[in-house]
Write a protein that binds this ligand. Structure first.
Ligand code: ATP
Length: 338
């Protein structure tokens, strides 16, 4: 079956890790006779500088008409690109796994998934200046809280069957109160799950002290954004962190990290984040299209990455000595060796 993939390279290190991921996908296409029709679209700071707009109509149409989209990081225009795409396509679930693979400089051996509500909270972008101060609107609804709870429950069922609801309802009684109550109610429909609740400040401490207690964390947009960067660092670094933005019919996959302007153009960006985002894309497409072969491709991608990492195929952020291109070359050669 043919799959149309909308591909947005992004800014900073985006084009570098994109090139590496595309080379890897080409190798996979050969090995597994995949039929991926990948079309490239512009978005982000460099797009805005060239065309005056960070998210052009053609890019929106390209993403809408694709079977799945993959996006590199964008710089200062992130709110105009990814936040808009999430709202426009109602990509309400942000799924961010944090897994420490062997031979990574991880702080703790962890394997957890953060499921972050992706459309509400302080990220609705309603901020006002009022009499010399500034006010931001925090939006939480029962509907969005319940549907993110359902996603967390389904992921937990395929894992260690534990969900931790992270909030701060002791202080934000209305907003976090509603989130906690709605999620709790939804999760009660899954008796096979073990469910607990942790305040966000305690959760951030536990992610460093005893992260093995977590299996699936479900939380609000801002808390999830912050905790997932922390979890990524505990697992070995942002350069390994992949994510999925999932809606009812559409999904977009992207690294957790930003455009990393400090290392852009140096050829040392870690491409695993983008490649593992592609793995998540194959998993999602496999479920959505009921295409079992794609689930095999997703597992294979992880096996290749594990093998490469254990062979020391790592960029400097992982205490390795490989360039982005060299990592891509090694991964491609492993595709054919297995
Ligand atoms: P943003 O505001 O867009 O999140 P930022 O610079 O604050 O941008 P990141 O771009 O995520 O945050 O980068 C944080 C740090 O992690 C930087 O030192 C960056 O070089 C490093 N980093 C992020 N992604 C990678 C990667 N793929 N490979 C190597 N280092 C990375």
């Amino acid at each position: 079956m043919m799959y149309r993939i909308a591909w947005i390279p992004g800014d900073g290190i985006g084009p570098e890790i994109s090139d590496a991921a595309i080379k890897f996908l080409e190798a996979l296409q050969k090995r597994f006779s995949l039929n991926l029709d990948i079309s490239s679209y512009q978005a982000g700071d460099s797009c805005k500088a060239r065309f005056g707009v960070a998210l052009p109509k053609e890019t929106i149409e390209g993403v809408k008409n694709s079977d799945a989209a993959v996006k590199g990081p964008v710089g200062e225009s992130a709110a105009d690109v990814i936040v808009r795409l999430r709202q426009m396509l109602d990509l309400y679930a942000n799924v961010r796994p944090a897994k420490s693979y062997a031979n990574l400089p991880y702080l703790k051996d962890i394997d957890l998934v953060i499921v972050r509500e992706n459309t509400e909270d302080l990220y609705v972008g309603k901020e006002f200046e009022v009499n010399g101060g500034a006010v931001a609107l925090r939006v939480i609804t029962e509907k969005a809280s319940k549907r993110i709870a359902k996603v967390a429950a389904e992921i937990a069922l395929s894992r260690r069957k534990k969900v931790t609801i992270v909030h701060k309802a002791n202080v934000m009684r209305k907003t976090c109160g509603l989130f906690a109550k709605s999620v709790r109610g939804e999760l009660a429909k899954y008796p096979e799950l073990s469910v607990n609740e942790v305040y966000v400040d305690a959760a951030s401490m536990m992610l460093i002290r005893n992260p093995e207690v977590f299996d699936v964390i479900v939380t609000t947009n801002l808390f999830g954004d912050i905790l997932s960067d922390e979890a990524a660092q505990v697992a070995g670094g942002l350069g390994m962190a992949a994510s999925a933005n999932i809606g009812t019919s559409k999904a977009l996959f992207e690294p957790v990290h930003g455009s990393a302007p400090d290392i852009a153009g140096k050829g040392i960006a870690n491409p695993y984040s983008m490649i593992l985002s592609c793995k998540m894309m194959f998993e999602w497409l496999s479920n959505k299209q009921n295409d079992k072969d794609l689930s095999k491709v997703a597992s294979f991608i992880e096996q290749v990455c594990v093998k490469a990492l254990s062979n020391g195929v790592k960029t400097p952020d992982l205490a390795g000595g490989f360039t982005t291109d060299q990592v891509a070359e090694k991964l491609c050669s492993l595709v054919f060796m297995k």
